[in-house]
Ligand binder design. Structure first.
Ligand code: 7TS
Length: 398
């Protein structure tokens, strides 16, 4: 097991501070190694990638492409299947636009009630454009997908299934392999929103058997503005590009254009190459600890926190999935979540409150807002104890 207190020393934001940061589902903090990688790219190797025929350009391109290899290794995939995007949101929009355009009236897109808005709204737009129908898998009281009657949802009409790996509100980890089977049995394409997956769980594209997997660098110690879309070669080669511009073309005439090979076909314009290099350093950092160890650490901390919170009166915790990552959404009787967050802030404890960009799920839960804790590698029992102590004091005020 690794030591969160030692890990904290690698993160400048925790230096000389008593910050208790419990909002990791929103974004993670950054270790010095990631800041150094970005800093050194700008100081030592800043030139546009894939075009400059001088040494600086080669160095920038090499660092950028090296990061692509690191991402590929991290998820056990082929480098040419790694498309750099600005994040999960752009990755899903790319799919909703490019795959979405192949849909027609009568086709169905299947998502679930526990999706983040970035895995809802792009599909609503695709449905509106094409006349396809958007359907929702419902969830049970436990916060798990209701898969009791899959034949009602997975039908011949289903063309695209897009589901989250792990809920950012309930922490539920969905059974991706089984869902891939259900989707593939009806000939549908299966997309996984891995924003909370790749950052907290070991993920292996050869094992999960999805067709596309989307995630964000900033939730896994990397910089903002960089994310990934992984897709199977055959599907990526068949797909039309999402955005047009430099680098994504092979030839351009005044009348028409032909496309570059994958992944470049989907990377129009100057990519966020410094951020991609930072993501490579973040992956090195995570791999050094090990994703299995990270998953275990967060689940242990989750159980520690649940146990403490379950012993406190007046707290309603949402969801009780058997397979669950380090996220706890809850409400406290008689205290609005926004008031709670402000009082916790007085003790330098950062949690998120609100609808967590998952309004349909909040509606199902019957809440307009919840409070949410979400853990990462640098959190420990001390953080949970401080949070619970502060919470008890605040509850005493009301
Ligand atoms: N999907 C899930 C499951 C997420 O949790 C998020 C962000 C996204 C997609 C979008 O990621 P982005 O990097 O493109 O913005 N979740 C959160 C959150 O829980 N609080 O703030 C952002």
């Amino acid at each position: 097991m690794f030591s969160p207190s030692k890990i904290k020393k690698d993160f400048p934001i925790f230096t000389d501070s008593n910050l208790v940061y419990l909002d990791n589902a929103a974004t993670s903090q950054k270790p010095q190694a990631v800041l150094d990688a970005v800093d050194s790219l700008y100081k030592e190797a800043n030139a546009n990638v894939h075009r400059a025929l001088y040494s600086l350009g080669s160095e920038a391109t090499e660092r950028f492409e090296n990061s692509r290899k690191k991402v590929a290794n991290f998820i056990n995939a082929n480098s040419k299947e790694i498309i750099f995007t600005s994040g999960t949101t752009e990755s899903i929009n790319l799919l909703a636009r490019s795959l979405g355009n192949t849909l027609k009236s009568g086709d169905e897109i299947l998502i679930s009630e526990m999706e983040h808005h970035s895995n809802i709204v792009p599909w609503q737009l695709a449905a509106k454009r094409t006349g396809a129908t958007l359907r929702y898998l419902s969830i049970k009281k436990t916060g798990e997908l209701d898969l009791s009657e899959p034949e009602k949802y997975f039908t011949k009409k289903t063309k695209i299934v897009s589901l989250t790996h792990m809920s950012n509100v309930l922490g539920t980890i969905n059974p991706i392999k089984g869902l891939a089977k259900l989707a593939h049995n009806v000939g549908a394409i299966f997309i996984v929103d891995g924003a909370q997956g790749a950052s907290h769980l070991p993920v292996n594209m050869k094992e999960l058997d999805c067709d596309f997997y989307a995630f964000s660098g900033h939730k896994m110690l990397g910089p903002t503005g960089i994310g990934v879309l992984w897709g199977k070669t055959k599907l990526l080669e068949e797909m039309e590009p999402f955005m047009g511009g430099g680098e994504m073309i092979n030839t351009v005439s005044m009348e028409s254009s032909t496309w570059n090979d994958i992944p470049y076909k989907f990377e129009a314009g100057t990519p966020n190459f410094a951020q991609a290099v930072g993501l490579g350093a973040a992956i090195d950092y995570l791999e050094n600890i090990g994703m299995e160890a990270i998953e275990l650490h967060e689940k242990t901390l989750l159980n520690y926190a649940l146990n403490k919170m379950n012993h406190m009166d007046g707290i309603r915790i949402h969801g009780s999935a058997k397979d669950r990552g380090g996220v706890i959404s809850f409400n406290v009787d008689g205290i609005h979540p926004h008031d709670l967050a402000q009082f916790l802030n007085e003790d330098n404890i950062a949690i998120r409150v609100g609808h967590h960009c998952a309004q349909p799920l909040l509606k199902t839960l019957g809440e307009s807002a919840t409070a949410r804790l979400s853990f990462y590698i640098y959190n420990d029992e001390n953080d949970v104890d401080k949070f619970c102590d502060s919470l008890k004091t605040i509850m005493g005020y009301f």
